[in-house]
Design a binder for this molecule. Sequence first.
Ligand code: SF4
Ligand code: SF4
Length: 267
Amino acid sequence: MLDKLRQRIKELLENKTIGVFIGYEQGDNPELARPVMITSAEEVDKLIYDNTCLSMLSKYLLKPEVKASGRCGVIASYSNLRAIIGLLQEHQVTRDDVYIIAVSSGEKMPDYYDEIIDVGHSTHNVGRTTHDEMITDLLKKPPAERWAFWENEFKKCIRCYACRQICPLCYCNRCIADKNQPQWILTSPHLKGNFAWNVIRAYHLSGRCIDCGECERACPVNIPLMLLNKIIYNNIKTNFGYEAGFDPSVPPPLATYNPEDKENFII
Ligand code: SF4
Ligand code: SF4
């Protein structure tokens, strides 16, 4: 499969279908492959694809140096593909900017790519906790207990913003957390500002989160961020029948107005 992939990327670069390709190479960490940008056919032997290829690549599509290199080829696992579709939905990239080589690994891939390769193994959700039971337990608790739960979690936050940096849909040039005139969120790692940061981050991803789990994987103090994301994700799915990152032609429900929308939250 790897030979086939390398050969295909070589052809795409040589016939100028793409100007740059984003994939993975072996880095210093044997458990986590490193993203790599390839611009010439001579470099394709660097490419690897295995269970260590977990990092999201979609955010590189937004980089000015990538945009300046012509059409960008990218290898897209299930989560990467959903992230790219999310960026297309939000008009951050155009279809002509990107050439998508999807890697099928058992999940049903969104039907939106230029080519697909079957790798026979999954990189999606590797090592991820599914939070369904924790969500059910948490939602059964009275509000005061839920508050105590999050207080206990958010007090650990060191405001490193790794969750923001890794998120494929968190791409503002200037984040609300960095603004100081006015300062919307206290920047020091104290509970009040930590609450504001984590709740605002999760709300900004409402209806946009593609459930990749990267924020939680990146958090150095193991805050179960996916609990918060997934509760919101499930609410959007239940109330609007919508999941981000499947169809670029469907407008996100929280960015559109429909007179038929439920208004039962208005008292
Ligand atoms: S799971 Fe986390 S990193 Fe992934 S899109 Fe949602 S908020 Fe962003
Ligand atoms: S990655 Fe974890 S510790 Fe860092 S800002 Fe996000 S929630 Fe806080």
